[in-house]
Design a protein around this ligand. Structure first.
Ligand code: HEM
Length: 408
C-alpha cells in the first residue's frame, strides 16, 4: 500500500510540476479529501466532465456562502469585492446564471470575438516590434501579459493608454480571486483595486451612455433583449470587470505555458514553425498539455456518493481541469506534447453551462501569438533553468518567463 497522498498546493516543486501528484490522485484516490483545503479534489476526466454538467447536485454559487461566513467587519472590509463579484455569472446558478449569460452573449458572441483577429494581429505585431534589437526579454511582461489585456481593452473600448493602470488593478484583484487562503493585507489590496476598477468602468459607462461608440461597452450599455431585459448599473460594472479580468489573466498564462511547452519539445516547435497551418490544432494541444486553468470550485448542493465517498451538502469540491486533461483513460500518452493529436476535447475551458464564454477570443489569440513568435524568431529558448510558478490553485501560470531569442 503506497503512502497516503499529501497534497501541499503551495509546495514549490508541486507548483512547478503538479502532474505526478495528479496521476497518483487519479489512480489511487479519484475522489480525494484534502485536509489542508478541507475540500474534495476530483482529477479524472470523466468525473470532471460529469460534475461540470451536474447543476442539481453541485452549485457554482461558491462566493455567497463564503461571504455569508465572514464576520460583519471582515465583510465590510471587502465591501466592493462582495458587491461586484456577487454579480459575476461564473459564481451563479440558474436562473440568475442563465439570465446574465444570455444577456452578455447577445453582444459577446463568437462572431464579435473572431472579428477581433486583425486587431489581435496588429497588437501582437506591435508588441514584438517594440522588442526589436533585444536578444533577451521576459515573454510574460513584454508579450503574453499585455497582448490579451490590450485585446480585451480594445474590444470593450478602453483606451490603450490605460494599460498600466488596468494591469495593476487586475493583478491586485487576482490576489483575491486566484487564492483560496490569503493574508488579510492582500484583501485590502484586492478591495482597493476592485473599488478603483468599478469607478473606472462607471465613468466609462456614463460616457458611452451619453455618446455611444462602435465598441462592446456601448453595446452592453444600450442592450435590451426581446423581453426588454437589460443589465442594471451594478451588473454592467460587474460584467465589464469580469470580462476584463477573465479575458486576460488566463490567456496570458495560456500563451506563456504554451511557449514553455514548445521550448521543452523542440521538435513540436519546429513542426509548428514549418507549418503555421497547424496553429488551431497546436493551440488545443497546448491548452490540454499545460492549460492555464488550475482548479474550478463547486459546492455540494445535495449529499451524494462518488467512488465510495460521501460528499456532504455544503462541502467544497475542487475540479482539477489540468489533471483531467492528462488522464490516460482519455488520452494516449497524455504526458507527451503532440500538436497533431486527435481525440476527445480538452476540458481547459470547462464544460457544460459555465463553459468559458470567451473561448473563441482566447483561441484566436493563441492562434495568432504562437505562429507570430515563431515567424519572428528563428531561435527562442528559456533564459532560466526553472521559471517561478504563481502560487495559486485557480491559475496555472508563471511569474515570469525570461527567454533568449535570435531574429529570423
Ligand atoms: C485560455 C484562456 C481561457 C481559459 C483557459 C478560460 C477558462 C475558463 C473556464 C474553465 C471557465 C469555467 C468556469 C467554471 O466552470 O466555473 C471560464 C468561464 C468564463 N470565461 Fe474563460 N477562459 C479563458 C479566456 C477567457 C476570455 C478571453 C474571456 C472573455 C473575454 C473569458 C470569459 C469567461 C467568462 C465570462 C466565464 C464565465 C462563464 C459562465 O459562468 O457562464 N475567458 N473560463
Amino acid at each position: 500500500m503506497s503512502a497516503a497522498i499529501d497534497w501541499r498546493p503551495d509546495d514549490p516543486a508541486t507548483l512547478a510540476d503538479p502532474y505526478p501528484l495528479f496521476a497518483r490522485m487519479r489512480d489511487e484516490d479519484p475522489c480525494h479529501w484534502s485536509p489542508r483545503l478541507k475540500s474534495w479534489v476530483l482529477t479524472r476526466y470523466d468525473d470532471v466532465k460529469r460534475v461540470c454538467t451536474d447543476k442539481d447536485r453541485l452549485s457554482s454559487d461558491r462566493l455567497r456562502p463564503y461571504f455569508a461566513s465572514l464576520p460583519g467587519t471582515e465583510a465590510q472590509r471587502i465591501a466592493n469585492i462582495v458587491r461586484y463579484l456577487s454579480l459575476w455569472m461564473v459564481f451563479k446558478d440558474p436562473p440568475e446564471h442563465t439570465r446574465l449569460r444570455r444577456l452578455a452573449g447577445k453582444v459577446f458572441h463568437a462572431r464579435s470575438m473572431q472579428a477581433m483577429r486583425p486587431q489581435v494581429e496588429q497588437i501582437a505585431g506591435w508588441l514584438l516590434d517594440r522588442l526589436d534589437g533585444r536578444d533577451e526579454f521576459d515573454a510574460i511582461a513584454e508579450f503574453a501579459g499585455p497582448l490579451p489585456c490590450l485585446v480585451i481593452m480594445a474590444m470593450l473600448g478602453v483606451p490603450r493608454d490605460a494599460l498600466g493602470d488596468v494591469k495593476r488593478m487586475s493583478d491586485d484583484m487576482a490576489l483575491f480571486i486566484g487564492s483560496s487562503r490569503i493574508a488579510a493585507e492582500k484583501y485590502d489590496t484586492a478591495e482597493g483595486a476592485t473599488r478603483e476598477m468599478a469607478a473606472f468602468f462607471r465613468a466609462l459607462i456614463d460616457a458611452r451612455r451619453r455618446e455611444p461608440r462602435d465598441d462592446l461597452l456601448s453595446a452592453l450599455v444600450h442592450l435590451r433583449d426581446d423581453d426588454g431585459d437589460r443589465f442594471s448599473d451594478d451588473e454592467l460594472v460587474a460584467t465589464c470587470i469580469m470580462l476584463l479580468f477573465a479575458g486576460h489573466e488566463t490567456t496570458t498564462n495560456h500563451i506563456a505555458n504554451g511557449l514553455l511547452a514548445l521550448m521543452r519539445f523542440p521538435q513540436q516547435m519546429a513542426a509548428l514553425r514549418a507549418d503555421p497551418g497547424l496553429a488551431p490544432a497546436a493551440v488545443e494541444e497546448l491548452l490540454r498539455y499545460d492549460g492555464p486553468s488550475g482548479a474550478q470550485v463547486r459546492i455540494v448542493a445535495q449529499t451524494h456518493e462518488l467512488h465510495g465517498r460521501v460528499l456532504e451538502a455544503g462541502q467544497r469540491v475542487f475540479i482539477m481541469l489540468n489533471a483531467a486533461n492528462r488522464d490516460p483513460r482519455a488520452y494516449d500518452e497524455p504526458d507527451r506534447l503532440d500538436l497533431a493529436r486527435d481525440g476527445v476535447a480538452h476540458l481547459t475551458f470547462g464544460y457544460g453551462p459555465h463553459i468559458c464564454l470567451g473561448f473563441p477570443l482566447a483561441r484566436t489569440e493563441g492562434q495568432v501569438a504562437f505562429p507570430l513568435l515563431l515567424d519572428r524568431y528563428r531561435e527562442i529558448e528559456p533564459a532560466v533553468e526553472q521559471p517561478q510558478w504563481i502560487n495559486s490553485l485557480v491559475f496555472r501560470g508563471m511569474v515570469s518567463l525570461p527567454v533568449r531569442v535570435r531574429r529570423a
